[in-house]
Design a protein around this ligand. Structure first.
Ligand code: MF3
Ligand code: CO
Length: 290
């Protein structure tokens, strides 16, 4: 990191002197670093303008999911969901971030039942009563990324699956309740994992959330199985996703070796995932996508 004098212009571009701008914050972060904590680098802390950009992207992201909620149901193919996501996103002047991302062939992920995440929409997969499906929408608008996902129950899914979907949402919400400045990512993770385990479920270890905003996937990697008081220090301006994958059975997963994307539970039992994008603020946090 660049070493600035008290009277130099602040690194943030405000034009103010460093001592009247980010100096106190930098020093506070540095004290945590000296105490052995993982701290965010400067480039991960978004400015007010950047957060406003992510907020605008998030508005489109949510609007797309609201439209999906209106049309999803028995008899709808996952390809129809993909086409709708593409049309609405582009009509609003944005780009579906998954499309061509590292070779991903579609505009959205649709993950049904034992599919944990990264399910690829297909005209051959028609939703039927009893399916639980995660629709994960990621949006790029004017250079800013947003990311969120919801679960949908198709008709009557039965008590077991209904509970899994509900508890997965509670996990995300309990994690969110831990997000505040000068806490740690692990505080959020532990709240998620404790609730999943208390219900007899497991949380996927190998895939997690991520910083988001200027890139689709930024640092930090966001685990949901780490301990309170560990992992990255939460500093105002940090933006990341909370998106734990909660499995009814084992946390073990595998990737489809034919498409190299679709992630399944090892035991074939169902998995559920809700996702939000959240920004750490001076006095708590702001949920950008819900
Ligand atoms: N939307 C996923 C996430 O929450 C990432 C999907 S990558 C894709 O991070 F290429 F499959 F779209
Ligand atoms: Co994400």
């Amino acid at each position: 990191m660049e070493k600035l004098g008290r009277n130099d212009h602040c690194w943030c571009g405000s034009g103010k002197k460093y001592k009247g701008c980010h100096m106190a914050l930098d020093e506070k972060i540095h004290r945590y670093e000296l105490a052995g904590h993982i701290v965010p680098s400067r480039d991960l802390l978004k400015s007010r303008e950047q957060i406003e950009g992510i907020r605008e992207s998030s508005r489109i992201n949510i609007a797309v999911l609201d439209e999906v909620a209106r049309m999803i149901g028995p008899g709808v193919s996952t390809q129809e969901i993909d086409s709708l996501v593409y049309e609405i996103t582009t009509k609003m002047g944005a780009i579906p971030a998954p499309l061509n991302y590292e070779g991903y062939p579609k505009s959205v992920c649709t993950s049904i039942n034992e599919v944990v995440c990264h399910g690829i929409p297909s005209p051959d997969r028609i939703l039927v009563e009893g399916d639980i499906v995660n629709v994960d929408v990621s949006t790029l608008y004017k250079g800013y990324f947003s990311d969120s996902g919801r679960m949908f129950c198709i008709g009557n899914v039965g008590e077991e699956k209904e509970k899994l979907v509900r508890v997965a949402k509670e996990c995300m919400e309990l994690g969110l309740a831990q997000v505040k400045p000068w806490g740690f990512l692990g505080d959020m993770a532990q709240a998620v994992n404790d609730h999943a385990r208390a219900n007899g479920y497991s949380v996927v270890v190998d895939i997690g959330g991520h910083g988001v905003g200027l890139e689709f996937h930024e640092e930090p990697f966001v685990s949901y199985v780490t301990k309170a008081g560990t992992e990255m220090l939460l500093v105002p301006g940090l933006v990341f996703t909370i998106e734990p994958m909660v499995n009814m059975g084992t946390s073990e997963i595998y990737i489809d070796d034919k498409d190299n994307w679709t992630v399944y539970t090892q035991d074939g039992r169902p998995s559920a995932q809700w996702e939000i994008t959240v920004a750490v603020t001076e006095d708590g946090c702001e949920v950008l996508t819900y």
